[in-house]
Ligand binder design. Structure first.
Ligand SMILES: Cc1ncc(COP(=O)(O)O)c(C=O)c1O
Length: 434
């Protein structure tokens, strides 16, 4: 296949000039493999971008989307709706933690985060508590790239070029500490870091804080697993101060931790859950926000009868093709028991990844379920070695995610034990040569 003209398309979170000089073009995908422009098969070690647990090229999803587009290509989402949006919301309510059964649809993880933050503000205002406008986020968090999400995120490179963001945001410390290295699962130290929320309460007044948002597992900054007792303590402090707890499950949702949501894996139920990515098995852009019924009801009931209750939404909220893709994906997850399969595959993955210790300049390995972060010793400028490794992994036949100097693996749930070992063996071969 001829390479296209690479000059017009400005790529996101990409070294555009380096890419143009040495492009990594993926032209097709099936199962746990991609095919690149040179016809090479590559293993997908990160489910696309944490999106494709059921594997690529699922004909059931393609047919559902195609049928939907022939049947109903678009329905206006403001003051109109279509049946599949309700069907999908109902399906999600069935797998979400009990009580979180009111679902708002969006088109991405970033939009899900904006919607969750705005929903929290609307809730407090509806209850006559409009003074609650502050948010608490966390260092090393990734909540997308829009201004609200950026403001509660904790990644300097994503923030520094873009001004001041939302006012009234403070950050808790991240939960990783050096005593946790080469652990797996929930660290036994660090639960006390949840008291950073108490410090925000003590400093700003709990009655001024609308919500605290965390990823149950920080994904994009290298898989930081919550310490034992941490999420419980966070929930306790939030509840004691009337602060809504938001779990950003854009990566952890849909079986990555062995349950539908990480909330269930960790036994802590927030007030709001954001999701996207695997909602449609990566096929059609879609995100969603699940609200605790009481949060939803407060907003609905505060509005004048017959009036719009929440002045928020997107042209493509609950787009028919996305609903069809999501319904087909959830059916696959259910029929093939993929969340259970994820849980079953996790010990093999854990063993294989932990066995990388000593294979090269690896300074830490962390993980939970089918999600792992492998820290490489920084070589010169932070991120330089990581980028070199990304390119070497690609040459060696693996699509992985590298952030800074951390390799992140998140295989599709349909991967076999052999696939998982092969994915890790490719990492070993590249890291050993460093
Ligand atoms: C936890 C979390 N929140 C939000 C987002 C943003 O999602 P999107 O890229 O779909 O806007 C991501 C993306 O990786 C994420 O990991």
């Amino acid at each position: 296949m001829d390479n296209p003209d690479l000059s017009h398309h400005w790529l996101p979170f990409t070294a555009n000039r380096a890419f143009a000089a040495d492009p990594r073009l993926l032209v097709s995908a099936e199962g746990v493999h991609y095919v690149d422009a040179g016809g090479r098969r590559l293993l997908d070690g990160v489910s696309g971008l944490f999106c494709v647990p059921a594997g690529h090229g699922r004909p059931e999803i393609a047919s559902a989307v195609s049928d939907q587009l022939r049947h109903l290509d678009f329905a206006p989402p403001f003051q109109f709706a279509h049946p599949d949006g309700f069907a999908l919301a109902g399906e999600l309510a069935g797998i979400l933690p009990p009580g979180l059964d009111r679902v708002f649809f969006v088109n991405s993880g970033s939009e899900a985060v904006e919607t969750a933050l705005k929903g929290a503000l609307a809730y407090h205002r509806a209850r006559g508590d409009a003074g609650r406008t502050r948010f608490v986020g966390r260092e090393r968090a990734y909540h997308g790239v829009n201004f609200g999400g950026l403001s509660v995120s904790g990644i300097v490179r994503n923030r520094e070029a873009f001004g001041t963001g939302l006012p009234g945001v403070s950050h808790m410390r991240a939960t990783w500490s050096p005593d946790q290295v080469f652990g797996w699962g929930q660290p036994s130290t660090g639960a006390d870091l949840a008291d950073d929320l108490q410090r925000a309460v003590d400093l700003y007044g709990g009655s001024n804080i609308a919500a605290v948002i965390v990823e149950p597992i920080s994904g994009s900054t290298g898989v930081l697993v919550p310490p034992e007792g941490y999420l419980e303590r966070l929930a306790e402090i939030a509840a004691a101060n009337g602060i809504l707890l938001i779990f950003d499950e854009v990566i952890t949702g849909f079986g990555r931790t062995g349950h539908a949501f990480a909330s269930q894996s960790f036994g802590v139920t927030p007030d709001i859950i954001t999701m996207a990515k695997a909602l449609t098995n990566g096929t059609i852009p879609m995100g969603a926000v699940a609200f605790r019924r009481g949060v939803h009801d407060a907003v609905i009931e505060a509005a004048a009868p017959g009036g719009i209750e929440f002045f928020h939404g997107y042209t493509w909220s609950a787009h028919p093709s996305a609903c069809a893709a999501a319904l087909a994906s959830l059916k696959i997850y259910r029929d093939e028991g993929l969340f259970e399969r994820s849980a079953k595959l996790a010990p093999t993955f854990q063993q294989a990844v932990l066995d990388l210790k000593g294979a090269g300049p690896i300074t830490d390995i962390r993980g939970f379920g089918l999600l792992a972060g492998i820290d490489l010793e920084t070589d010169g400028a932070p991120g330089r070695r990581g980028f070199a490794v990304l390119k070497e992994l690609f040459k060696a036949g693996l699509v992985a995610r590298v952030t800074n100097d951390t390799v992140i693996l998140a295989p599709p749930f349909v991967a076999t034990e052999t696939d998982v070992r092969e994915i890790v063996d490719i990492v070993r071969s590249v890291v050993a040569a460093l």
